[in-house]
Design a protein around this ligand. Structure first.
Ligand code: FAQ
Length: 311
């Protein structure tokens, strides 16, 4: 069959909502874009453990510490499901990790901001996990089976993460004046970077058109960002915090909130590696990988020994 016919058949399957599986024929560009998106997503989950891991030893009580450990562990699990999904497309885990450690691979801009106070941990749960879910629910229906199935489990866990973040902020919102100020300060710092998580505006998004044709993505960056803003404003009111945007206003005619212009210079600066914590995050990942070499060696030695015994 010619490539053109294969491509037409492939698109037909996608249009009919039949999942594409690892052994099915797929256009090379589809494979590449999936590897790109899934691996960036996996790296984000793994690097995303760092800003929160930073507070495990300083959580204010045992219950909060338990919740935070469980959450950070969940993020590691998400990274692993996603690396496995990427591997089904013919790329090795070592290759992907190497791309991250050498700075060739992207991961979400959001994890290059510091978590300065305990309220930041709640704000990450509420806003960062909230934005992540808004973007990821559509990925449960992605055309590539292994990715879609991984996303179902991830989304269930992310919902819990969002709720625990919101709940912990609710406690601060009923606390002392100092706690309320800490909450407002965290929201001030995490609001705009959370909006940036959805990626560049639709007119600047280089991958969206193809990804939507192939039903990897089903909603545009701007549509999802708008949905996030619309959903979050009322939650902010309930918390008694102000979102740091003087242009945020309900627009009756549009049936949506209007909001201010995102600082795209800041976004691209962070994506290019010049954010507040980019260097620190990569260094921490490389160090952890190097220090874990003995674990990988021991596992390999054990498996070799078992193989020899069985032979
Ligand atoms: N940061 O053409 P588009 C989480 C890049 S997980 C850095 O619009 P696309 C869980 C983009 O890669 C958060 N780079 O790209 C958690 C592309 O560059 P490339 C991660 C970004 O793929 C919570 C270029 O800009 N979620 O939070 C960003 O169609 C708490 C042009 O952009 C996912 O990865 C960014 N924010 O749409 C963990 C979800 N945005 O590759 C711990 C899956 C864009 O051409 C604690 N990914 N870029 O060189 C997606 O849905 C999509 O990849 C988008 C971007 C929507 C992120």
């Amino acid at each position: 069959m010619s490539i053109t016919n294969q491509e037409a058949l492939f698109q037909q399957r996608v249009d009919q909502e039949i999942k594409i599986e690892a052994r099915d024929w797929m256009p090379e560009e589809y494979r590449k874009t999936l590897i790109r998106q899934i691996s960036q997503h996996a790296h984000s989950e793994i690097v995303g453990m760092l800003p929160e891991g930073n507070w495990i030893t300083r959580a204010p009580n045992l219950i909060r510490k338990l919740i935070l450990i469980a959450k950070v562990q969940d993020e590691a699990g998400h990274g692993l499901y996603l690396y496995s999904a990427a591997e089904t497309l013919g790329v090795s885990r070592d290759e992907l990790i190497d791309q991250l450690h050498t700075g060739k691979a992207k991961y979400s801009s959001i994890f290059n901001y510091p978590t300065l106070t305990w309220a930041d941990i709640g704000a990450v749960g509420w806003l960062v996990d909230g934005a992540a879910i808004m973007n990821q629910v559509m990925l449960c229906r992605a055309s590539y089976g292994p990715y879609a199935r991984a996303m179902v489990r991830i989304c269930k866990e992310e919902s819990f993460h969002q709720r625990q973040g919101y709940e912990s902020l609710m406690v601060l919102s009923k606390g002392t004046e100092e706690q309320k100020a800490m909450l407002q300060d965290a929201v001030n710092r995490w609001w705009w970077p959370s909006l940036m998580m959805f990626g560049p505006s639709d007119s600047e998004s280089t991958n969206s058109e193809k990804s939507m044709l192939w039903k990897i993505k089903r909603q545009s960056n701007d549509d999802l960002r708008q949905r996030f803003v619309d959903a979050t404003v009322d939650q902010a009111k309930l918390l008694g915090v102000t979102l740091p945007d003087p242009h945020l206003k309900w627009n009756e005619a549009r049936g949506h909130y209007d909001f201010g212009e995102i600082d795209w210079n800041e976004f691209w600066n962070v994506v290019k590696g010049n954010g507040m914590c980019n260097k620190e995050r990569l260094q921490a990942r490389v160090k952890a990988h190097e220090e874990g070499q003995w674990v990988r060696d021991a596992a390999m030695a054990y498996s070799e020994k078992k193989k020899k015994k069985a032979a």
